[in-house]
Write a protein that binds this ligand. Structure first.
Ligand code: FRU
Length: 507
């Protein structure tokens, strides 16, 4: 982290930049182009104290500059690596590179040097990373191999490798998969032990398919199959950032196919959907008894969700906490966008069938204080909060989070529909930076039975993430209140509220 004491001059510059960015056009998915190039602010030399207005205190952000999708999630030698789409030169999408952060607990992150920058094959778009323990590629046993899309006139796939996890060397034989397609990207590679082979998934954007390829050496690839959906509700916008992994349900292995789709999400713009089914080593087949699309998260702000490779016995996901509809104009400076809190994925039962559960990882407790039952609604004076509220499902009620400026974010449960409707309207804080940002009804089904529901709510300076305590549904929304919401009230029903403070991961 870069540190500096803020000078008056810098504060004025910041304020002007924020105003300028508030007036800029919307960013759109670069794959739908054209994207906003009007904001050419060079934020790369700004020093951050991680305490600016809206700066997330328990979520990963880079010190400066634009980020989008998490990339290359891999656990190696006791370190969680998180690479991500990054602009080393500014606070808008462009110059796409892989930024890099590392962690030993998935809670505290250290920003590392930029891992991969643009070359003659193009921008460095999204992709994944593996640990090549058996040295199948010949870069060394245990090398971290990054597989990414080289995006220029066409989208092709390339490799880079590292033996120290920090410095990457691009493979001289790039691109490893040549293509003349403009919609062929975001390789997710994993080791398929049952078949002793590598699998790569690739998304085809507006062609709405996921291609499955295989290799034994990470360098030479052959296509095996293509996954598509016949449902028009799933075939909106672009298909991007696929991920395929197994989970156990009632002692049986099921496979989950994540597909991010933009636009055409659950709320507006960007969302991640999932399919449940089987993978036989060649083909993924979705169980057709579900009403697809199923959504990983029902909020407006989690996209490009991906999971870590090489973690034994756990499946942990993280997403980009933003939405292409307005990501380019969110009023943060000198960085833009955060990652969600990491989520632990599992399969749980709902109506006799498995659904995907996602819950914030238990490691978050390492920055939490003791639980306190609260009666007067005051959350306290902390960097961030985790609030748990237990309420009946038989009647309707409203939970309201608010701050001393009178800005508020409410979640209303509709007992007739077993749904929570979040009001991310214009009372929540700064909204005017984009006409598409204020959304008064973002709805999340509870996906659970029972007389009571417990909601787990993580409140940071510019986001609220809500999950049911079983993880049966979740809703991630970014918001820009002048100060963090530090008060909670209930109406319509009596419930119990407890809170614990969260300590900044940057202190
Ligand atoms: C998804 C995405 C990917 C692409 C990357 C470019 O948000 O559009 O498909 O690789 O962002 O930054």
């Amino acid at each position: 982290m870069k540190k500096i004491i803020f000078s008056a001059k810098l504060v004025v510059v910041c304020a002007c930049m924020m105003l300028a960015s508030a007036c800029s056009d919307h960013e759109v998915d670069p794959n739908l182009g054209p994207y906003d190039t009007t904001d050419t602010t060079d934020t790369s030399t700004i020093l951050s104290n991680y305490n600016e207005q809206y700066r997330p205190q328990i979520h990963y952000t880079p010190a400066t500059n634009w980020i989008n999708d998490p990339n290359g999630l891999v656990y190696a030698n006791g370190t969680y690596h998180m690479f991500y789409q990054y602009n080393p030169q500014g606070n808008s999408w462009g110059n796409m590179s892989w930024g890099h952060a590392t962690s030993t607990d998935l809670v505290h992150w250290k920003e590392q040097s930029v891992a991969l920058t643009r070359d003659e094959l193009g921008d460095i778009f999204s992709g994944s990373a593996v640990v090549d323990s058996a040295n199948t590629a010949g870069f060394g046993a245990g090398a971290i191999v990054a597989i990414y899309t080289s995006s220029d006139t066409y989208q092709q796939q390339s490799l880079a490798y590292s033996t120290d996890g920090i410095k990457f060397t691009k493979y001289s034989g790039n691109p490893i998969i040549k293509s003349t397609s403009t919609d062929f990207r975001d390789p997710k590679v994993f080791w398929y032990a049952a078949g002793k082979k590598w699998i790569m998934e690739l998304a085809t954007g507006s062609n709405h398919s996921i291609e499955l390829w295989t290799s034994t050496d990470l360098k030479t690839w052959t296509q095996m199959s293509t996954f598509t959906s016949s449902l028009s509700a799933c075939n909106q916008g672009q298909w991007e950032c696929p991920d395929l992994f197994p989970l156990t349900y009632k002692s049986q292995q099921k496979w989950i196919q994540l597909v991010s789709t933009n636009p055409g999400g659950h709320v507006t713009g960007s969302s991640t959907m999932y399919f449940i089914g089987d993978f036989n080593g060649t083909t993924f087949t979705a169980d057709d008894s579900y009403s697809y699309p199923l959504w990983l998260d029902y909020g407006a702000d989690t996209y490009a969700n991906a999971t870590w490779n090489n973690i034994n016995g756990r499946r942990i996901a993280i997403g980009w906490m933003n939405n292409w509809n307005y990501a380019g104009s969110v009023p943060t400076y000198p960085w833009r966008s955060a990652m969600t809190l990491p989520r632990e994925l599992s399969l749980i039962d709902y109506n006799g069938k498995p659904i995907l559960s996602n819950k914030v990882i238990p490691e978050i407790s390492s920055i939490a204080g003791d639980w306190r039952n609260i009666n007067d609604g005051a959350l306290g004076n902390a960097d961030a909060y985790e609030v748990q509220v237990t309420l009946p499902t038989s009647v309707s009620w409203t939970i309201t989070l608010s701050n001393d400026q009178g800005q508020e974010y409410s979640m209303t449960y509709d007992a007739a529909d077993f749904r929570i409707i979040a009001d991310r309207g214009s009372d929540t804080g700064s909204c005017s930076f984009s006409t598409g940002f204020a959304i008064p009804s973002i709805n999340m089904p509870l996906n659970t039975d029972g007389g009571n529901v417990t909601l787990d709510i993580f409140v940071d300076r510019s986001s609220v993430e809500t999950t049911t305590d079983t993880g049966s549904s979740s809703m991630t929304n970014i918001l820009f209140p002048t100060n963090i919401y530090n008060h909670i009230s209930l109406s319509g029903a009596d419930g119990s509220i407890k809170v614990r403070s969260m300590k900044s991961i940057w202190k």
